[in-house]
Design a protein. Structure first.
Length: 837
């Protein structure tokens, strides 16, 4: 079966720059990619493009080029074509003289060799499109090409010699799932994240359909939220009234200043009343989330509860989720769905990654070019920035888009209503190509108007800089120049515009995230305006930049956040804590926890040094990483594979206690941990909390974005809010795993019986894990990662649905049949198919 990842509709776009006849019948042109062979001992791989064209139009016309995006570095290719790297992930393929020798062939195979490896659909070339030009170099025609990724050979997925990570096939899944036990729904805890104290009694309380919500003045918003929930889900006709006494039946939202935590709450469900007490509105809000978690999920016409007492407060003050909308734009409706789910699971911060090399996603009224150019991907540079991550030739693809000022204010208000703080990220000094190109467009326009002073006012690049560099994503022009005063004029203006939007939304802006990561070696070396900086320019100018950026923010009463690089400096080739910066106003987010990188303890080193840190560990909390090693699983895997269990088993205050294997599946030994810097008691005070990350290189659509986030986010929420589990403190690995897996078994049963149905009710596209299969004797056994979910199968190799056979017990295996299995994870949610023959 072929894997169709990004088949873009083929249609006639007519003529573009001339009235000449369309130079090719695109209906007869298609491209396939496959035949991947990894060579672990050399850390390279070979693969093929198969170009299908049933006419000779490509052979007879050499004025064409096929462009595509590809994250790997191509080393060499077949002599029939020339493949050139343009910039970033964009490549160009053109015919050589030898291409004409392919006349009258229906398919032309183009082999090429690239660095490292390819093991999944996310390693494949993306978004191919063809461009025809005339001899005057004018574009006659450009169009996306129908594209298919061929199946991978599972036996050829080894990346390097030390890669011992197994392919997550059905047999692997069976062994993983076989340790789990199906638990009765009635015996499961009903609230995630787990409350600090929860006690329930046999007494039943039926909530009246006209229940009144009594509130004290500052909790009016929370009362209205409760009414809306009851109306939308249970057709209740509730009203709210300002509190005067506790004589009447109803739900009471009351202030109690004796509760220590500003986000803590007490919930008491009794026969006459439901009382939620808290010090502030956030605590009341979280009490309501716990109350509604106890409500039935079937949207019935009545709510029957048990007498319950809950006392609860969060483990960490910062409980975050990062969302990248720069690589692939996400509509505001998707952002609001995320905020709603974050709030229900008691996460309180949205780290909103609004800008990057591949897109500027927020309207800045003072600088409209940022979205006019930076918010659009286009093959024509005067109309946008380069196609990336498979966005193709279409300006209206998901590579383009931005939030208007009004959109952003709407998001801010929605987040505030749900007690979620939005921290905007304007990524710099690296990762700002979209901004650089937009300001260059502005410069060129104003220079034509002979307004040099205004043209240079917001310029982000030294136009005479001949420095050569390549970023992690292979851009050679994505770093602003910190020696230009116009850089800081730009920053000051963008920050002021952000402040205005928050003020208009009546929301407090506290922090701006600068990114600050992945500044490549070689930057600024040949910039004449930076010539007075001696020695390591990158190190020195990075510090100068973050100091100036922080001064701008601090002068406006704002805190500076950034990835860990903002608080580090390089000494003799190694990163060390920079003690010379403003520790009180800098807030580093630590992503690097890759074992063997010499950075796995950098979060603790920074916290011990007095920096307030947010743990964002790639190995447990990068939700854009693939769930497992399987060719059909979307997502990168450079930091390992991250599933829901990885988020759940994270031990923030003792990272070695959740470090079991490296990104290649090799055991992390005690010996390799001997130099790990532990978190001191003082350092613990500087761990603000934890955050999940969703980078969107592979999040082509809102559906894929949600697939990658859920249900991982629920594991994150448990670790961010619930108290430290007892097993996290156990030093013996075997004993710790034993008790952790007992708790995990309860948690996955909660997911299967309660949380997946809840996500489906909220129209979330969560992932359902595939089936586990194993032949034992002559019987075929099947199981699931989430106990209790139904399994369906066919015997003819077709994809099963609910009309097919429901698996109830092992059955005799018939080798003449091909079995197809799928797990049903909701009314409309299914796992991917698994086949056995």
């Amino acid at each position: 079966m072929k894997i169709s990842i990004k088949i873009i509709g083929i249609f006639f776009v007519g003529w573009l720059l001339s009235c000449q006849k369309q130079p090719i019948n695109n209906q007869k042109l298609s491209l396939e990619w496959g035949n991947v062979v990894n060579v672990p001992e050399k850390e390279i791989f070979t693969s093929d493009f198969i170009l299908k064209n049933t006419t000779n139009e490509l052979v007879d016309n050499d004025q064409w080029a096929i462009y595509f995006n590809f994250v790997r570095e191509i080393i060499k290719s077949s002599p029939e074509v020339l493949i050139e790297h343009i910039n970033g992930d964009l490549y160009k393929m053109t015919p050589t003289k030898m291409f004409k020798e392919q006349r009258d062939r229906d398919s032309i195979v183009i082999s090429f060799e690239a660095k490292y490896w390819a093991t999944s659909v996310s390693d494949a070339p993306q978004g191919p499109f063809i461009v025809f030009k005339n001899h005057e170099n004018k574009i006659l025609f450009k169009e996306n090409i129908a594209y298919t990724i061929l199946p991978f050979d599972h036996s050829k997925l080894k990346r390097k010699q030390e890669d011992n990570m197994p392919v997550a096939d059905a047999n692997w899944h069976y062994n993983q799932n076989n340790k789990l036990i199906n638990l009765a729904k009635k015996d499961l805890p009903k609230i995630i994240p787990s409350p600090v104290y929860f006690k329930t009694f046999d007494t039943e309380i039926k909530l009246a359909r006209n229940t009144t919500i009594y509130y004290q003045e500052e909790f009016k918003n929370e009362a209205q939220n409760t009414i809306e929930f009851l109306e939308n889900n249970f057709a209740f006709k509730s009203v709210s009234k300002e509190f005067s006494n506790q004589k009447e039946k109803g739900i009471y939202l009351l202030k109690d200043i004796t509760i220590d935590s500003k986000e803590g709450y007490q919930l008491n469900i009794d026969k006459e009343k439901i009382i939620i007490k808290a010090k502030g509105s956030a605590g009341i809000f979280y009490g309501i989330q716990s109350l509604t978690a106890l409500f039935p999920l079937d949207n019935g016409k009545e709510i029957v509860l048990q007498k319950t007492i809950i006392e609860d407060y969060p483990r960490f003050v910062y409980r975050g989720m990062h969302l990248d909308v720069a690589r692939h734009f996400q509509p505001k409706e998707m952002v609001k769905r995320l905020i709603k789910q974050m709030a229900f699971y008691k996460l309180n911060t949205l780290h909103f990654h609004l800008t990057d090399d591949e897109g500027w996603r927020l309207e800045i009224p003072a600088l409209p070019e940022l979205t006019k150019i930076g918010g659009v991907r286009s093959f024509e540079s005067e109309k946008g920035i380069a196609p990336s991550f498979g966005s193709g030739v279409d300006r209206n693809s998901n590579g383009s888009g931005y939030y208007s000022k009004e959109d952003f204010i709407e998001i801010l208000k929605y987040a505030q209503k749900h007690h979620v703080e939005v921290i905007p990220e304007i990524d710099m000094p690296g990762h700002i190509r979209a901004g650089i190109k937009a300001m260059k467009y502005r410069y060129d326009r104003l220079m034509v108007e002979e307004n040099k002073a205004e043209a240079e006012r917001f310029l982000l690049q030294d136009l005479d800089d001949q420095s050569e560099y390549s970023s992690v994503q292979r851009w050679n022009d994505n770093v602003l120049n910190p020696c230009l005063e116009s850089t800081y004029t730009f920053i000051d203006t963008v920050v002021d515009e952000l402040i205005k939007m928050y003020q208009e939304a009546n929301v407090t802006l506290t922090t701006i995230h600068t990114g600050g990561d992945e500044v490549p070696d070689g930057v600024w070396e040949k910039s004449s305006i930076c010539e007075n900086i001696k020695g390591d320019k990158k190190n020195a100018l990075s510090e100068i930049f973050i100091t100036r950026f922080n001064e701008i923010l601090k002068s406006k009463g704002l805190r500076t956040a950034g990835w860990e690089e903002i608080a580090l400096k390089k000494v003799k080739g190694k990163f060390e804590v920079n003690h010379d910066l403003d520790k009180e106003n800098l807030q580093p987010y630590i992503w690097n926890s890759i074992w063997g990188s010499d950075m796995q303890d950098v979060s603790y080193r920074l916290a011990n040094a007095g920096y307030d840190v947010v743990l964002s560990n790639v190995t447990n909390l990068y939700f854009d990483l693939a769930y497992e090693k399987h060719p059909e699983e979307v997502g990168y895997y450079w930091g390992g594979y991250v599933n829901t269990k990885k988020a759940y088993e994270f031990t923030p205050e003792n990272i070695p206690n959740c470090a079991y294997e490296d990104q290649y599946g090799n055991e992390i030994t005690k010996e390799s941990m001997k130099n790990f810097v532990s978190l001191t008691e003082e350092g613990k005070k500087h761990v603000l909390g934890i955050q999940g990350q969703l980078w969107s290189e592979n999040a082509f659509t809102p559906e894929i974005t949600e697939y990658l986030i859920y249900p991982k986010l629920i594991g994150l929420a448990e670790r961010a809010w619930a108290k430290q589990p007892n097993w996290a403190r156990i030093s013996d690995k075997k004993e710790r795993l034993k008790w952790m897996n007992i708790d995990w078994n309860v948690f996955v049963n909660q997911l299967a019986k309660n949380e997946l149905p809840r996500l489906e009710r909220n129209h979330i596209n969560y992932r359902v894990p595939p089936v586990g299969l194993q032949l034992i004797g002559n019987e075929l056994y099947a199981n699931t990662a989430f106990p209790g979910l139904e399994i369906y199968y066919t015997t003819d190799g077709s994809e099963p649905d609910e009309k097919d056979i429901l698996y109830t017990k092992p059955f005799p295996f018939d080798k003449t049949k091909k079995y197809g299995f799928r797990v049903k994870g909701g009314k409309e949610k299914w796992s991917r198919s698994s086949y056995f023959n």
